[in-house]
Design a protein around this ligand. Structure first.
Ligand code: ADP
Length: 161
């Protein structure tokens, strides 16, 4: 069984993330979506909330599970016996940082390969940051995030703005 880990902040989940999850789920036997908890990042949603939103949005994907970790992704992947770390690429601007991270992860765990999946043309522009900015200024984010997570995202972001 070939397992992959798809790590990220997912603060909050977007349709761009979901597209990468669907593509990864079609390529691998099992995909673990990993909420990477970084205490230095000032996240809007708690790790528990991010995990639950991702679980709600991937409920129709039987080979996808969701977990969280505050450790190194390369170590998590090794412990989970994963063969790949999946990353989404939106544009050349994502490439430098992701490529460097892939090389670091290969040093940390040579048994795990990073696999890049290009963003779809409809979600190239989409990030969790864009969702937060648009919602804070009372824009419509319903085309940017999965419907299962929409009410919770709106409630939190409107309360913050
Ligand atoms: P962001 O805040 O940019 O959405 P994340 O850490 O949550 O950042 O992203 C997790 C992973 O998903 C990264 O590999 C990132 O490149 C990828 N990703 C984020 N948004 C998209 C998108 N719209 N299309 C494809 N991949 C994406």
């Amino acid at each position: 069984m070939t397992k992959a880990v798809y790590p990220g902040s997912f603060d909050p989940v977007t349709n761009g993330h979901l597209e990468i999850i669907r593509k990864a789920a079609a390529l691998f036997d099992h995909v673990v979506v990993l909420v990477a908890v970084n205490a230095a990042k000032n996240c809007t949603f708690s790790a528990k909330e991010r995990v639950q939103m991702l679980r709600d949005c991937t409920a129709d994907m039987p080979n996808v599970t969701v977990d969280s970790s505050d450790g190194l992704v390369a170590h998590y992947a090794g412990q989970a016996d994963a063969r790949a770390i999946v990353k989404g690429l939106r544009a050349m601007s994502d490439f430098d940082a992701e490529f460097q991270q892939a090389l670091v992860n290969r040093r940390l765990n040579p048994h795990v390969e990073t696999v890049f999946i290009p963003a779809g043309s409809d979600s190239m522009f989409l990030s969790s940051g864009v969702v937060k900015q648009v919602c804070a200024l009372h824009g419509d984010i319903s085309a940017f995030v999965p419907p299962q997570a929409l009410p919770q995202i709106i409630a939190r972001l409107k309360a913050k703005s």
